[in-house]
Design a protein around this ligand. Structure first.
Ligand SMILES: *Cc1c(COP(=O)(O)O)cnc(C)c1O
Ligand SMILES: [Zn+2]
Length: 405
């Protein structure tokens, strides 16, 4: 059994019982899960199932019977020799989270939050989404037997809407930005008692994303990587990855994590955290109308923005953005070197990785992990801007044969 000690305010440190609660009564700060971890060692996890539930003792679900799993996690950590060669890196890894059951990393936080909703005895779940969370929540809701309400901007990719509808979600397509959808979801969640996974369940939700740290640590044979390149929307994932590494250090599963460098990657057109970082400001000024092909990252007012800036300071990190053109080129570079097809969010990470090498912020012999968080099949439309549709040929061997060298 996992033992949660408390929910603790990230700002004033006030502690609360671990209930269906997410904001500090005193200062409105976010609440984080603190644990009394049982004693574990590397062998505890070695022969377990190939999902993130292998780390059950480190996750915020008390009873195994409440687990709602569709088999997410333990995705490949690929030694990216060809991409590394193209960029000039000797020790590059891709954490390929595009191969999760709903094809993005969002299966991690959504699975934890839906399981916690079951533990709390809630009767419905939902989310505010830039696209991927809709499917991740809807799929876990289907498996757990919950009705699911998705609130998302109406301009997200067609494939992401189709996918969420297929899992049976009630899809509310809001004529507005992600921030508009988020505000509506928050109010409806509170007034109707629905578990909105990334809003009123957020304290538990983010715990799922720390498994991106656990798995990388285990896959690197319990070594701490030098650099981590992470695509950033709300910033919840980057924060959670830091928390995950810190918990492993506190459990003596890893050596010192303080020498890691965290690198935040955002798309130009919606890069409020990068803008603040470059101005050396601790205030994130919201982007009112995000404009980028990386729709998963189009969060103008990032909930964890301020905390990402703190993490970048703490871990001697950087923040950089990339243009639509650079994103598309990075998608093709990754696909044509490593055989991994990512959506624009992953392209943002690879494009920023490239800049970091060019600016010598990453050393060629450093171990570097680049997180590829979503699948290219979810966002095929934009790629046709730089690929040309094959011309239809007459089924004539002689003519076609002439095209093949
Ligand atoms: C949501 C999302 C992100 C960003 O995660 P945050 O926790 O919002 O920073 C990155 N990549 C993909 C594919 C996503 O769907
Ligand atoms: Zn507080």
């Amino acid at each position: 059994m996992t033992t949660i000690k408390s929910l603790q305010c990230r700002e004033c440190k006030k502690e609360y019982a671990p209930t269906f609660k997410y904001i500090c009564d005193e200062c409105f700060g976010p609440l984080d899960v603190h644990y009394d971890f049982p004693s574990v060692n590397k062998n505890t996890f070695a022969n377990r199932e190939h999902t993130y539930w292998r780390y059950f003792e480190l996750l915020p679900i008390a009873e195994k019977s409440n687990i709602v799993s569709i088999g997410a996690g333990m995705t490949p950590l690929i030694k990216a020799e060809k991409l590394g060669e193209a960029l000039g890196l000797n020790n590059l890894y891709i954490k390929n989270d595009s191969v999760n059951p709903t094809f993005s990393f969002k299966d991690r936080p959504a699975g934890i939050a839906v399981s916690k909703a079951k533990e709390f005895g809630l009767t419905a779940v939902g989310c505010a989404s830039t696209g991927n969370l809709a499917s991740a929540t809807a799929a876990h809701a289907a498996k757990g037997g919950f009705p699911c309400y998705v609130f998302a901007p109406s301009d997200i990719e067609h494939a992401k809407i189709t996918q969420a509808l297929a899992y049976g979600a009630n899809f509310i397509a809001v004529d507005g930005t992600y921030d508009d959808a988020n505000r509506i979801a928050a109010q409806i969640g509170d007034s109707k008692g629905i578990g909105i996974v990334n809003i009123n369940m957020r304290s538990y939700y983010v715990e799922g994303s720390k498994t991106l740290a656990f798995e990388v640590a285990e896959q690197l044979n319990w070594q701490v990587p030098d650099n981590l390149v992470i695509p950033v929307g709300s910033g919840a994932m980057l924060n959670a990855i830091c928390k995950g590494f810190e918990e492993l250090e506190s459990l003596s599963l890893l050596g010192k994590v303080s020498n890691m460098h965290m690198i935040a990657a955002q798309p130009r057109g919606c890069a409020p955290i990068v803008d603040a970082f470059k101005k050396n400001s601790s205030d994130v000024i919201p982007v009112e109308n995000p404009d980028t092909i990386a729709k998963s990252l189009a969060i103008g007012d990032p909930g964890d923005g301020r905390y990402v800036l703190k993490r970048l300071k703490q871990y001697n990190g950087y923040a950089e953005d990339s243009s639509n053109r650079e994103i598309l080129e990075a998608i093709l570079l990754l696909a044509r070197t490593e055989g991994i097809f990512t959506e624009p969010a992953g392209g943002v990470a690879v494009a920023v990785l490239k800049k970091m090498v060019e600016e010598r912020k990453i050393d060629k012999d450093d171990s570097t992990v680049c997180y590829v968080t979503g699948n290219g099949l979810k966002a095929t439309e934009v790629l046709m801007e730089i690929l040309s549709k094959p011309e239809t040929m007459q089924a004539d061997i002689a003519k076609i044969s002439a095209m093949v060298r």
